[in-house]
Design a protein. Sequence first.
Length: 319
Amino acid sequence: MRRLLSNKKVQVIANGGFAVVALVVAIVGGRHFAHSGFALSHADPLLLAGAVLLFLVAYAFKAWGWQRLFTDEDRPQASALAFAGGAACVGGVALPGRLDDALRVACVKRFPGVRTSIGALALSLLVLGMLDNAALAPMSAVAAVHASSWTVRLGFGVVALAGVLAAAFVASLPRLAGVAFVQRFRLGRWLATHTHCNRRAAAALVFISVSWALRATAVFLLLDALSMNRSFPLALAFLCASAASAALPIAPAGAATQAGAGSAILIASGVHAGDAIAFSVAAQVLVVGTGAVVVLLLAGWQLARRARFVSALRPLPAR
């Protein structure tokens, strides 16, 4: 069984099957809600298409940022990381909070051509989460300034402070790994050889910040597409609340938690409860749907590469 799972052809077929199933689920669910009066059925098509495109491009920037956190020996392809991000987003429909990281590790390890160790992946995910918090810090600060109540303002202030502390931790990690006392231990010596340098961490933060900025713009376009309050601070508040809820160590399905947090911040900002819930569900459908598209595109690309490789190895027919 293990030999079968380690076969590259089986891996590519399994990844392709997962992508097809994920896309079918997204399409069927979207059509069901559309016929039942789902919010997206009344959205402006051009603005909706723009939001979808921005969500797709955000996956690429997130993958490029994540890739910068690996050493040269451990670094996987950006396509493997984008595939893992899309799969984790789709899996968040059913998986409890934080289990999507385990799905990311599994997807990267099963992606063809990847030789990255589980330890290196786990370390990169830890730093990636810290940089996500750091990238959200300025957005949370803007959302806090424009918040309508002191409780919401305090919550966003905590998120912004957590982002600053996370950035400080990432910046100090290489120096911490080089301390003589830490290197006395086996884990410390491993950390010293696998941790990032601050130059690469800064580059990763730039890519990750661009990814979050693209998502915030996509949320703003979606607000406009659904004829809701066209406020960029409101879009930032929705995005930060959804992202902060995803960091909960124990939570129900990640997508449901994010939708609930997003609708709560919209209601607190004065949006009607029904409209807030409809918008949150619509946003999650778009995010999950674009994740499924990313998985499908990359799985199809791998299948095409595999087919070309197999055809090239076939002997030419005798004349």
